[in-house]
Design a protein around this ligand. Structure first.
Ligand SMILES: *Cc1c(COP(=O)(O)O)cnc(C)c1O
Length: 220
């Protein structure tokens, strides 16, 4: 583990009041345990199977975040214990998460994934799609889901101006959605953005959670 870098990132995130999600995908449980022993409790994985395998072995007070794309048919495996689902990108997925949350007699916190990068990807709502969904659905019908905020990924580029613009776009959308749809919700306060290469820019533009992997665990 890169302990010096870990402490530096923790300090930096702390100074913005943001949380650090240690992204441990593809890394062995021993590597996760090493960060746990330094006090880290928030870990992110992008695959359901891997998340479940690791959660079964590692200490029970770890808060597991699913940060990758989630298929509806896999919600049932993480529903009993997941702390936060970052990448909710459809109404159908919300329905399934709600159903599984009810079965498990718990409330599952979720973030809505917004597609901000210029890159082609299948995942995430466009601004128009998310506003459309929020104006048509009634969150009262999702009794066992709490929407905690938004998540996004910037374009993978060296062009910092572009990355900053994308983060700022998401930040503005976050504020506007909070105002227009969640002004009465005590939960809607998280903006999950920023990875190893761009977390500093994300913090500058309002991230409340950064998801950093390779800079802590080494290259995958
Ligand atoms: C892998 C991953 C990260 C972390 O990426 P690093 O570049 O290793 O910091 C963050 N968010 C998501 C959604 C990921 O899949």
């Amino acid at each position: 583990m890169n302990e010096r870098m870990y402490l530096e990132i923790l300090n930096e995130a702390n100074s913005f009041g943001a949380k650090v999600i240690a992204v441990s995908k593809t890394k062995p449980v021993e590597a996760i345990q090493a960060f746990y022993d330094k006090g880290q409790r928030l870990f992110g994985e992008n695959k359901v199977q891997e998340l479940c395998d690791k959660a079964a072995i590692l200490p029970k007070d770890i808060e597991w975040h699913l940060i990758g794309h989630l298929q509806s048919n896999k919600v049932k495996y993480i529903a009993p214990f997941v702390s936060l689902i970052h990448a909710v990108d459809s109404e159908k997925l919300l329905e399934e998460i709600n159903k599984q949350a009810i079965k498990n007699k718990r409330v599952i916190p979720c973030l809505l994934q917004i597609h901000i990068a210029k890159e082609e990807t299948k995942f995430g709502f466009s601004e128009e799609e998310v506003l459309d969904m929020l104006s048509t659905i009634s969150f009262q019908s999702f009794s066992n889901i709490e929407i905690h905020g938004l998540m996004g990924m910037a374009t993978n580029t060296d062009n910092e101006d572009q990355v900053e613009q994308e983060f700022e776009t998401l930040h503005k959308l976050f504020l506007s959605i909070k105002n227009n749809f969640f002004s009465n919700s005590p939960y809607f306060k998280e903006l999950s953005m920023g990875m190893s290469s761009d977390y500093k820019l994300a913090l500058k533009h309002g991230a409340t959670m950064i998801r950093v992997g390779s800079i802590l665990f080494g290259e995958r």
